[in-house]
Ligand binder design. Sequence first.
Ligand code: ADP
Length: 364
Amino acid sequence: MKDKQKKPDAKINDERAGILHPEQPLDEDNRDTALRPRSLAEFMGQAAMKENLSVFIRAAKERGESLDHLFLTGPPGLGKTTLAQVVAHELRADFRVTSAPALEKPKDLAGLLTTLTEKTVFFIDEIHRLKPAIEEMLYIAMEDYELDWIIGQGPSARSIRIPIQPFTLVGATTKAGNVSSPLISRFGITCRFSFYEQADMEAIVRRSAGILNIAIESDAAALLARSARGTPRVVNRLLRRVRDFAQVLPAGTAAGGSQLITTEIVAESLSRLEIDSLGLEKYDREILKLIINRYGGGPVGAETLAISIGESVDTLEDYYEPYLIQAGLIQRTPRGRMVTALAYEYLGVKPLNPRSEAGGLFAD
Ligand code: ADP
């Protein structure tokens, strides 16, 4: 893996750290634990994944065993942490959470593992960023429920095995491709998150609005759901912002003075936030324009593109790209990123270079 991507450079530009950036949980996301589903029944969408998981959970419970280790992959804000908590709840097991960058030394991991109670769901976020020595320790812990601990130094050093309680490791990552195969092979269950369908996003809006005591018309909920990049964290943030506009803007202005959130209020709020009906924000549009204007529609490499937009490669790859690809506006080719014909249509510009169109010479 390129070192550049490993640095804690995933931090996004302050100016851009906003409601649409699901990779950076905001304080209010953390405070609003009420919105986080607790049980599988409350966890919306991802139906096939949920159904399989409920079978595995039931089977493990019936056998009185800990659940097999679980690998969760997908873009930020789609519910990986939430699902890990839900699994712990369904198993009636304890939940412990850490993230790979927080585990500096093997003793950090050992300290956690030795205090786990039986069947604990142990969540490690950003598991693609584990240091090699810690990863090695995890292999043995996952397979044998033991710690391999070296005592002493030099020639007198010896390793002892310390038993730990059987537990379920839940490893989450936005970059499955950067996780080593020995680690991946030790997970018995893999769940791949995809962006949520419109109907599921609407269900999330209705559920969150109910919890936050917000009255919202069904068309307004649909518009909000459509504008949130298929991402629950984003839709919850947008809902709060729309509530702010409705509450504070004076009655008589498009968004203000109403107890009930209408489509008009949502539309006005979105336009004030510079979010369009596809859920794209200013910087998404800038990326598309940049590829077109500076790189003739592409292909352009991720690093060059990231530098041009002043973001880290991580932010580009984890946040902007997956949704732009899902929306059919850019595509990844072996030679770099290219905009598609749809992107030209979306921006209302004509392709100058016929090769730049989707399905052109450089397409996959
Ligand atoms: P990730 O760990 O993938 O970045 P989180 O699990 O932190 O994402 O989810 C972000 C927020 O989105 C949660 O706080 C929760 O409120 C909401 N959320 C996620 N998944 C769902 C879901 N399936 N149904 C309802 N709300 C969800």
